[in-house]
Design a protein around this ligand. Sequence first.
Ligand code: ATP
Ligand code: MG
Ligand code: MG
Length: 555
Amino acid sequence: DAAPGTHFIKAIIEADLAANKNDGKVATRFPPEPNGYLHIGHAKSICLNFGMAETFRGTCNLRFDDTNPTKEDVEYVDAIMDDVRWLGFDWDDRLHYASDYFEQLYGFAVQLIEAGKAYVDDQSAGEIRSNRGTLTQPGTDSPWRGRSIDENRDLFQRMRAGEFEDGSRVLRAKIDMAHPNLIMRDPTLYRIRKTDHHRTGDAWCIYPMYDFTHCLSDSLEGITHSLCTLEFENNRPLYDWVLDNVDAPCHPQQIEFARLNLNYSVLSKRKLIQLVEEGHVDGWDDPRMPTICGLRRRGFTPESIRGFCDRIGLAKRDSVVDVALLEFSIREDLNRRAPRVMGVLNPLKVVIENYPADQTDELDAVNNPEDPDAGVRKVPFSREIYIEHDDFMENPPKKFFRLAPGREVRLRYAFFITCTDVIKDATTGEVIELRCTYDPATRGGDAPDGRKVKATLHWVSAAHAVDAEVRLYDRLFDKANPDEKVDGKTYKDFINPKALEVLKGCKLEPCLADVGPGYFCQFERMGYFCVDAKDSAPGALVFNRTVTLRDEWAK
Ligand code: ATP
Ligand code: MG
Ligand code: MG
C-alpha cells in the first residue's frame, strides 16, 4: 500500500476536486443498518467516511439504512450513535434515516412504473429465484412482465394500501432477464411486509429494497462519493441504473474498498448476534467482543482504534489483518498515557522478619517513565507484603532469576529482600507464605556496596492493599481463521476457553482505592488494565486487562 494516510479513494477525490467535479464539494455518509452493534470493521468505514470529509473540508452524514423493519430496533440506533460519537466523530445536524424518504422513494418507484421500467410481479419469492437463471443460463421472463403501465400503477398503489398479503406480490425493475450480471435480471425493488417499523409505525406495509433505497438516499442527500465495501461491486450497475432512470437530484459515485477482516475474530453482525443470543459471551459489550462497545469496555481508547484504522490503510482487494496490529495500537497509546501502578494478581504473602511491625515507609514511585509531567507518588511499605505467586519458585530451574530460597531480589522502588524460609500448607504442601529479611541500606533500589540482583518484583503492602477482582481477557477465538470450515466445525467450536479468566482477591496499591469507570493504568509487569464500566463499584473494584505488555501469541 501507499504511504500512510494516502490511498486510492483519497486520490480519486483529489482528482475530482482538481476537475471541479460536484462544484468542488465532498459529501460522504456512514450508512449503518440498525440491526446490530457496530464492530471494528465498521470503525474502518467510519474513519474513512468522516476522515475524507475532514480532510477535504466536506461533510459526512450519519444515515440509518432502516428499510428492513423485522430486524431493526431503536436499541441499535442509540448504540450506533453512541459508538460513532465515542470514536470521536460528529455528524452535527446531518442525521438521516432512509425511512424518512419512504414517501419520496415511493414517488421514484412510480416514476419507473410510468416509464415502463418497473412492474408488479405475482410470482412467489421461490419462483422469482428459480426463474432468474444462472451465470451460464439466461433467466425466464415473468408471466407478469408485460403488464400495462396502468395496471402496474394500480397494483402498486394497492400494495401500499395493504390489499395484498406478505409475499404475494413484489415490484421489480424491468431491465433484462438475460443480463450477464444476475443482479440486473429484474431486481426486486419493493416487497410487502405487514410489520411495524421502529420509526414509521404502521404507516407502511411495503418496504423498499437496499439497492433501490441506497442510491436514492445518497442522491437525496447530495452525497458525492458513496464509499462501500467490495461485496457491492456487482451492485454498482444497479446503483447507476436506478439513478439514471428516475429524476434523481444528483448522481453520486459509488466506490468500493476492501472490508476489514481480522484474524482470531469474526466480523459479521449475524455471527456476533449468535454469540450474544446463544450466551457464548456476556452481551454485545462483553470485553471479548470485536464490537466498538466491547473494545471500549475492554479498555481500548478511541485514539487507538483510529490509529489502527490509519495503519491498516485502504485496499481494493480483500485481505486479513493481524489482530496483533490492533493490540499494538492500544499498547502504543497506553504506553504513552497510562500511569504505572503495582497490582498483585495472584498474591503470595511475604513477612519481612527484620522489619519492625509498627513501622511504615513511604517510598517514591514514578507514575509514568514515558511522561515526565506525570510526577511521582508515595507507596507505603510495611512488614507484610504480597508478591506475585509466580515470582517465587522453591526449586528454580536455571533461567529463573526471581525469588527462591536463599536468593536476593529487588522490590520495585523499595528494598532488596532475601528469602529465608518457606511456609507450606500442612495438607496440600502448597507454598502459602515466605519469610524474608530486608537490607535497610538498599532503600530506593540500590545497594551501597554495589552488589547486584537479577530480578525486580512488584509488590503491595498487605496492610494497605485494596482488594479487587481482575478479569484477564484474551482473543475470543483460538484459531486464526475461525470461519474456515473443517470437519463440519463452525466458528463457535473455536471459541477460546481461556479468553476470560477471573481472578478474585487481587491486591492493589492503595492509590487505586477510589478509582472508577474511565480509569486506566499499567499494572507493572502485568499489562494494561481499566476499571470495568459496568461491574466495578466503590469498595468492590473490578479491573479488565486490556492487553498484555508484549504479544504473548508471537512466541
Ligand atoms: P455485517 O456484514 O457485519 O452485517 P453490514 O455491512 O451488513 O455488516 P452495515 O450496517 O450495513 O453492516 O454497515 C454499515 C457500513 O459499514 C457499510 O457501508 C459497510 O460497507 C461498512 N462495513 C461493514 N462491515 C465492514 C468491514 N468489515 N470493514 C469495513 N467496512 C465495513
Ligand atoms: Mg449492510
Ligand atoms: Mg450484513
